[in-house]
Design a protein around this ligand. Structure first.
Ligand SMILES: [Fe+2]
Ligand SMILES: [Fe+2]
Length: 328
């Protein structure tokens, strides 16, 4: 296993990240993820109190005025969709760095898109719930986090790439329906899928030597705050799945897999190649057959797939969808 593959391996489920902005490398074994997800007693209260003590204001934490160096990367080069291809070998150092910055801006932009969708799904889910419940209050806390994240991603994209990206038009329009059709486990597991994929990437980028310092801080903030969101999503998924019958499981698994498929497929928009001065058709072809990138994606999703399987949401249809975007 190469260095980057080792770093891309998600943390062991037995390890709960306990990171601070000053010492992001620190990880402490404090809880067992899956046990926490099923053990309802106090999980949500603990998440609320953790949010109260460990949340960040990106406006103050990120050095928005730091100069942008031409060789600063946006994502670790090993995560670039063209890394290891013949086309990559033909690119100069500045062009490679430029491409990685546009790929980071694209991932962040798709992150904003999904964060807007998930906020709508959360609001729909808690609309009629008891205002005094920790579930209601944590969902609102998560929405508040996502508001800050989306502004942070928007500013970050502008900083490193001078622009943001949108998913394909039809998909962008169709996704408006998600808040109406994604309920219970479909909403929470869709959220989890997107958060897990981003989490593994950002854990690596925040340690990348050549990665722009503002991007590193953005990744650290997101990793810390998202670890609570993922715990909440796992908890809500398992709660929602209690007593779910075979047909509901099949339908929910298919819907979640389709959301996962479109999110992963959209992460790097084709325009990034044009921005880096590449022939878009040639670059897309090279990226589509890049086995290095595909194996990174598979490694990143190992624990997510374990959880889906445990929750009964890894059906054969779902597996086929995940396989098409190299998540398994
Ligand atoms: Fe977020
Ligand atoms: Fe989140």
């Amino acid at each position: 296993m190469s260095d980057v593959e080792r770093r891309a391996s998600p943390p062991n489920p037995a390890e709960e990240p306990d990171m601070t902005l000053t010492d992001p490398e620190t990880t402490t074994v404090t809880a067992e993820r899956f046990r926490d997800a099923v053990d309802s007693d106090g999980v949500l209260e603990r998440l609320l109190s953790s949010s109260a003590t460990l949340s960040y204001d990106p406006e103050k934490e990120v050095d928005w005025d730091a100069p942008l160096e031409p060789l600063h990367d946006g994502v670790n080069p090993e995560w670039c969709t063209l890394y290891g291809t013949d086309l990559w070998e033909r690119m100069g150092p500045e062009q490679r760095a430029l491409l990685t910055r546009h790929e980071a801006a694209s991932v962040a932009s798709i992150g904003i898109w999904f964060e807007m969708l998930l906020q709508q799904m959360l609001l729909e889910d808690i609309y009629a719930k008891d205002y005094a419940s920790p579930e209601f209050q944590f969902a609102l806390t998560e929405i508040a986090d996502e508001c800050r994240h989306s502004i942070m991603f928007a500013r970050g994209s502008q900083l490193i790439a001078g622009r943001s990206y949108k998913p394909a038009k039809g998909l962008h329009r169709a996704a408006r329906l998600l808040k109406w059709i994604a309920k219970g486990e479909v909403a929470y597991t869709s959220i989890l899928v997107a958060e897990e994929v981003l989490d593994v990437m950002q854990r690596d980028w925040m340690r990348g030597e050549s990665v722009n310092p503002a991007v590193k801080t953005i990744c650290k903030i997101h990793v810390v705050e998202e670890s609570r969101h993922m715990k909440f999503a796992r908890h809500e998924t398992l709660e929602a799945m209690k007593g779910a019958g075979r047909i509901r499981r099949q339908v929910s698994a298919a819907m979640i897999a389709m959301v996962g498929y479109f999110i992963v497929k959209s992460l790097v928009q084709p325009d990034v190649y044009a921005e880096a001065g590449l022939d878009v058709k040639e670059a897309r072809k090279a990226a589509a057959s890049n086995s290095h990138h595909q194996s990174l994606m598979r490694l990143s999703c190992v624990h997510l797939m374990d959880f889906l399987s445990e929750a009964g949401l890894l059906t054969s249809f779902a597996k086929r969808m995940y396989r098409r975007v190299h998540m398994i």
